[in-house]
Design a protein around this ligand. Sequence first.
Ligand code: NAD
Length: 305
Amino acid sequence: ARTDAARTLGGPPAAAALLDAATRLAATLPVTPSIAFIRVGDDPASESYVRGKAKKAAELGLHSAVYALPDNTTQADLHALIGTLNADHGVHGVHGVLLQLPLPAHLNADAALACIDPRKDVDGLHPVSAGLLWQGQPGLRPCTPAGVMALLDHYRIPVAGQHAVIVGRSALVGRPLAGLLLNVDATVTVAHRATPDLGDVTRRADLLIVAAGQAHLITPDMVRPGATVIDVGINRVPTDTGKARLTGDVHPDVAAVAGALTPVPGGVGPMTVAQLMMNTVQAAQNQTVHGHADQSNGASGELLR
Ligand code: NAD
């Protein structure tokens, strides 16, 4: 039998702490934070993600509305809705606008994301938010990478001075995570599909973060003994019973080598939604509390990381 050396870094306790912090911050505001979700078409995964996020917002006492647009929505229709939500200020206004991806193939997601008012960019995917992150300036951060940072923080995993290796360079996860880790003094390496000898790179990591979308890409021989391994991957693999099962990008046997490891499911997943709630509350604070409103991205110094 395998003896697991690795400490399990469970998502739920860390997510609960983050949600608690969001709730406490919301209680200090003069308004109820409000988020608008936009979803286009009938992709079942997107539908379920939006439902989960709206449910969490309701649990926290935030306002939310879901705009479910038909599959034949035009780019202009989508931009018009975003424009309306951008302009919805005031006491009962909208503080956060989230465009659920992916969009149907005929729509341009980047163009739509760029229409969102950066102050309402609670998913942190607007080019202004990305630029602020890379300049080390305050701004709204993408939820999954910021959720990873909150998880590391919760479990007191040291980051400064550590060699962090990220596998994956997407605009959603890998790239912004590299910026966040740099901002807190990690030495960062980003590997990707064209990295020739992936194991040679990952074995150098004190902190290995994997967001490749490849089930069990990372095997025990690719991990330095004692390293912290964060598995962002969510892969649906078929089972004998015909039902799909969720698994990560990290092979379960890595638990025998790593010092600490996040499970899938129940690791990074819950952090993403919790961070979205925190971003929404912070966006509401930036838009309503005196002294926050005039800055470029409406962001406070607390958002630097
Ligand atoms: P993506 O497909 O946009 O990017 C994958 C990245 O991994 C690419 O940069 C690619 O170069 C790299 N990659 C792919 N195969 C590789 C290989 N064999 N070797 C080295 N690099 C490789 O995916 P994404 O949107 O960044 O998501 C990555 C994973 O994280 C997916 O499984 C996704 O479901 C999951 N995810 C989870 C959450 C969460 O809340 N936990 C949020 C977003 C994404």
